[in-house]
Design a protein around this ligand. Structure first.
Ligand code: NAP
Length: 513
């Protein structure tokens, strides 16, 4: 309890997806039990709780897309479906004793830095609390984005987003419009095509689609992974190593990706015999510029007699008629938006007010930026998991999250070593230097040079989402907190000359003081 009787914790974690639960496990392992996990929904799981659309699965193999400290020898398939991943996260919450820390139905409405007390004031749906340190693990794929289409509000039929699937709505006998052809849509379309009377896919930009090497993991393999854990570890290492070797083609030598394009084209040729349809489905940008999608059922589904592909974006809606940018008109009973998420304009950023009195969204209006993808200047003791430029084009985000958790644990350790009531605020100069280096490296990556527009780029065309290196390099740069990159904040107390003492010193000055 704080002096005024209000609930106070050492650490408040926001979100209970992979990031939030991972943070909770690492906190407990570091001996920190004075923390809460604030979750706006009624259950854990983050994006794997919210995305329950038909066909939802992960396209990173499960033995890599799981915590290193919570291996699961029982993964049923190479690429697990959403129910298995969600169940895995529920198990993590149980196995690591996280339930007592969870505050469900506890949406964070606002966070405000208190410069005198050096803590965060947090307003939640279940009342206020304060915390020395906040870990924002809200994730980039948590708030659905529905484009502002003229006439949408007056559409008389059913409308929902891929991440808010209405399982009570029966698609049988309906004319369904699927908007978008991203990772979500290409899983949804083959799954609902057999039910829908007519299915019209609005494709603004064709994706590159590669074969999906999915298969059941045999009983023998699972037995082996259970009895001889080294085999499971080896499997994970191999999956990881292959992806590490691919990174340089994306980051330094996009020219090498031509061979992969040939494979993807052959994959399409095999399923789509109609040259006119093939032409509409062929991308005109370098593979990898947008996320490479994996599917064996996408192209076959598009050739079914009840499916139409409109090679154009949705421009407006007139009554129950959807009008594409090329003028095509399609009558529909239901619209499903597979149009992605608020990634570069995370809604949580509007709710966080830092030491300068500005919100994170205001600080990030020209582009998200944070030291080592984690600490934004002016937001002391506030760490973002999957922050700016931490995303991956080809590997498991769990590796990035775990690297950031190493950084988080060291951050808390440094606070202990410095001692007393204290906060660390990333220096603006350090954030700027970090961002400059990242952006210089970004200049020649396929994400910036491949000739496409993608959710990796923000409204200003800057790539503030992807990490332009390997996961091992990210792990290396987040192994420890470099105190020289932070300002040490102490509670203001009057010094002999009247100036506040203890505030804004470097760690070296702190030690000397
Ligand atoms: P997304 O990749 O952002 O795709 C959004 C789609 O909506 C794009 O095709 C976009 O077209 C289209 N779009 C937007 N406005 C439109 C309009 N007015 N008319 C027509 N189309 C429009 O979103 P997502 O598919 O939900 O995937 C988001 C991320 O989630 C993925 O990149 C991935 O990281 C993750 N995810 C992973 C998996 C998996 O592991 N298999 C599955 C689902 C999601 P443009 O291309 O022209 O912008």
């Amino acid at each position: 309890m704080a002096d005024d009787g209000q609930r106070h914790v050492r650490v408040a974690v926001i979100g209970s997806g992979f990031g939030g639960l991972g943070a909770a496990v690492r906190l407990r392992r570091a001996g920190i039990t004075d923390f809460v996990v604030l979750e706006r929904a009624g259950a854990v799981g983050g994006t794997w709780r919210d995305n329950s659309y038909p066909g939802c699965a992960c396209d990173v193999p499960s033995h890599l897309y799981s915590f290193s400290f919570a291996p699961n020898p029982e993964w049923p398939r190479n690429f697990s479906g959403q129910p298995h991943i969600r169940a895995y996260l529920e198990r993590v919450a149980d196995t690591f004793g996280l339930r007592p820390h969870l505050r469900l139905d506890c949406e964070v409405r606002a966070l405000r830095w208190h410069a005198e007390r050096l803590w965060w004031e947090i307003d939640t749906a279940r009342g206020p609390l304060t915390a020395d340190v906040v870990i924002s693990a809200t994730g980039p794929l948590s708030d659905p984005q529905i484009p502002d289409i003229p006439g949408l509000a007056d559409f008389p039929g059913k409308v929902f987003h891929s991440a808010r699937w209405d399982h009570d709505y029966d698609l049988r006998g309906k004319r369904v419009a699927m908007i978008g052809t991203g990772a979500s849509a290409i899983q949804i379309v083959p799954a609902i095509q057999p039910q829908a009377e007519r299915l019209t896919v609005f494709q603004r930009t064709p994706p590159w689609v590669m074969p999906r090497a999915d298969r059941r993991i045999s009983g023998v393999e699972r037995w082996l992974h259970t009895k001889v854990p080294a085999t499971r570890a080896l499997r994970r290492q191999l999956l990881w190593g292959i992806r590490e070797l691919q990174v340089s083609a994306f980051t330094k030598r996009p020219g090498e990706l031509g061979l992969i394009e040939a494979l993807a084209k052959a994959h399409m040729h095999k399923a789509v015999k109609d040259p006119a349809l093939r032409a509409r489905l062929t991308p005109d940008y370098r593979i990898g510029c947008k996320r490479i999608l994996l599917s064996n059922s996408w192209y076959p589904a598009l050739t079914r007699p009840n499916v139409d592909v409109v090679a154009s974006g949705l421009r407006e809606i007139r009554g129950n008629v959807l009008v594409a940018s090329d003028g095509t008109e399609t009558a529909a009973d239901a619209i499903i938006f597979g149009t992605g998420f608020h990634v570069t304009d995370m809604p949580i950023a509007r709710r966080v007010t830092g030491a300068r009195g500005t919100t994170l969204a205001e600080e990030w209006k020209d582009g998200m930026a944070a030291l080592r993808g984690t600490s934004a200047a002016g937001f002391p003791n506030f760490l973002t998991l999957i922050g700016p430029n931490t995303g991956l084009g080809n590997s498991s985000m769990i590796l990035i999250i775990e690297a950031q958790l190493n950084y988080l644990v060291d951050f808390l350790h440094q606070l202990d070593v410095l001692g007393g009531r204290i906060a660390l605020d990333a220096r603006q100069s350090a954030v700027d230097a970090w961002t400059r280096t990242v952006q210089e490296r970004m200049a020649r990556t396929v994400w910036n040079t491949g000739g496409c527009d993608s959710w990796y780029l923000d409204a200003n065309g800057r790539n503030t989402t992807v990490w332009p290196g390997t996961t091992s390099e990210f792990r290396r740069v987040t192994r420890q907190v470099d105190l020289a990159e932070y300002e040490v904040l102490r509670p203001p107390r009057p010094a002999p000359d009247g100036a506040p003492a203890g505030a804004g010193r470097t760690a070296a000055e702190e030690v000397a003081a």
